[in-house]
Ligand binder design. Structure first.
Ligand code: HEM
Length: 485
């Protein structure tokens, strides 16, 4: 009886929310995002072959490894993450506020412009029109340091796109301000403000107005704020929405969730300089970054405790509910990432790991192991609801999960070890070619692990496609936690 009542309420809730949620926008943003995830991984895999001496298109300058690396990271940031976050927000924000987004037409306009910008960024980078700022490599439209035009002003257009997205999503949030604001909305609303400011800072100040070590400090701030003030608030904001609705219970502690939000807002912006420790940036600024990086670990712990408190009593969902499994795997990896941060930020650690493969190991843990896992969980939950069809093959969901998780863990541990070997060899002043030769086995393992991740995601893409095109009634009883979902 209980399960029938629950099932009915799920379907009713869906029907009631229908006019609010523009399902096609949710669906197409996720489709575009996952297409970019696949192409980005393919670029990452191609680039990794350069390290093991198997780069297949060596003579083609258009696909030279340096350019392909940019495609890998930029398609992740702008093609995959933005699209997938926006897709999830089109689902979550109208439900949280009880109001539609500003405009459906604006939504489709932004959708197409954003795909154009993501593809144009890749084309610009392939042709060599990049800005020499890490994560800010999107073409500026001008020759370096001048206002002489050379390609499309992608930077400026992305900024306009971010403002339009903010208008789209802040409209329902502002209209619902008379109600108590749930923590997801705090995170998402602030995420838009921070994203707009961070993007302008990184893409203009470093090249045009702040030179030398101050420029490096701003670049560090930019890299870290993109993760901490764009990806993190959107990620947590959406987790605070999806976890309770899937588990069908409120978050464990509202107070802890608010503490987590304000502590993030206070400590995160001070972290950036930890990317340039032991540099010519004043030591007082470096120490400030170290202390605030460690403080972030405390913030993270409050959030993790809150989510595990919410899971309490429903632990079986980790086994039976695939989205919950993705979410909590990501959370454990998030805790490990942040713990790693508080060690990495010490000067003793920096001396060894800086300029080594340790750093990409850390980057993959957070960008893939945390945020991609969360977004994958959201898509896994949403896809049957968006297409109206049950999964084509549920066993493939398991294959996807295990290939991605095992591949990631292998890649992470491999790069960690590579980083330590590299770092200690550098410290002992070993000849450069000896270091390169010592790295080769690690680079082989990285390509192998990347192949596993890519294979898992190709299986998922096939399953998504077949699910969308094969009519199969969705069994709403699966919505009850405890049923295999
Ligand atoms: C097929 C799987 C993948 C392979 C083979 C791969 C390979 C690589 C390689 C070779 C690099 C350059 C490292 C260097 O310059 O030393 C890199 C960098 C990076 N990758 Fe991946 N990658 C994969 C998947 C992903 C995914 C799924 C994400 C994020 C969702 C990601 C995010 C990044 C980031 C953020 C960097 C920059 C790291 C840094 O600058 O420290 N990669 N990847």
């Amino acid at each position: 009886m209980t399960s029938i009542a629950v099932n009915l309420s799920t379907s009713d809730a869906d029907a009631a929310a229908e006019p609010l949620v523009i399902r096609k926008l949710v669906q197409w943003h996720f489709v575009a995002g996952f297409a970019f995830l696949l192409t980005s991984m393919a670029w990452g895999f191609l680039f990794s072959l350069q390290f093991v001496g198997l780069y297949p298109v060596e003579s083609l300058s258009l696909l030279s490894p340096g350019r392909v690396r940019l495609l890998h990271t930029n398609e992740i940031a702008y093609g995959f993450l933005v699209n997938a976050f926006v897709g999830a927000m089109y689902y979550a924000i109208p439900r949280l506020t009880g109001r539609p987004v500003a405009s459906g037409k604006l939504g489709w306009f932004i959708f197409w412009v954003w795909q154009f910008l993501s593809v144009a960024t890749s084309l610009g980078q392939l042709m060599g029109y990049t800005q020499a700022v890490e994560w800010g490599e999107t073409p500026t439209g001008f020759k370096p340091g001048t206002f002489e035009p050379n390609f499309l002003p992608i930077d400026f257009l992305i900024e306009v796109g971010a403002v339009l997205l903010a208008i789209q999503f802040l409209t329902p949030i502002v209209k619902s301000l008379h109600q108590r604001m749930y923590v997801s909305l705090w995170y998402i609303a602030s995420g838009f403000v921070w994203l707009i400011l961070t993007y302008v800072m990184g893409n203009t100040m470093v090249e045009w107005s702040v030179a030398g070590s101050s420029g490096a400090a701003v670049a560090g701030l930019f890299i870290h704020d993109l993760v901490g003030l764009f990806v993190t608030p959107f990620g947590w904001g959406l987790m605070y929405f999806f976890v309770p609705i899937i588990l069908r219970k409120p978050v464990w502690s509202h107070a802890l969730s608010v503490i987590g939000f304000w502590a993030l807002a206070f400590f995160y912006p001070l972290n950036g300089v930890h990317h340039f420790l032991l540099s010519s940036i004043p030591m007082s600024v470096q120490y400030g970054a170290i202390v605030s990086t460690m403080a972030v670990e405390i913030v993270v712990t409050t959030v993790i405790v809150n989510f595990f408190g919410t899971l309490w009593g429903e632990g079986h969902a980790l086994r039976t509910n695939m989205p919950i499994r993705w979410f909590y795997t990501g959370m454990i990896l998030y805790f490990i990432t942040c713990l790693q941060c508080s060690f990495q930020t010490t000067l003793a650690f920096q001396e060894i790991i800086h300029f080594t493969d340790w750093v990409p190991g850390h980057a993959h843990l957070v960008m893939f192991g945390v945020f991609t896992f969360w977004l994958t969980g959201m898509l896994t939950w949403l896809w049957p609801r968006l297409t109206g069809n049950d999964w084509y093959d549920r066993s493939l969901l398991g294959w996807h999960y295990w290939l991605a998780v095992i591949g990631l863990v292998i890649m992470f541990l491999d790069l960690l070890c590579a980083g330590l070997v590299h770092g200690y060899m550098l410290k002992s002043l070993a000849p450069w070619m000896d270091i390169v030769n010592a790295m080769k086995p690690f680079w082989w393992v990285r390509s192998f692990a990347g192949g596993m991740i890519l294979a898992g995601n190709l299986i998922f893409a096939w399953n998504l496609w077949k699910t969308a095109t094969t009519p199969k009634a969705y069994d709403w009883r699966r919505d009850v936690v405890g049923e295999v979902n």
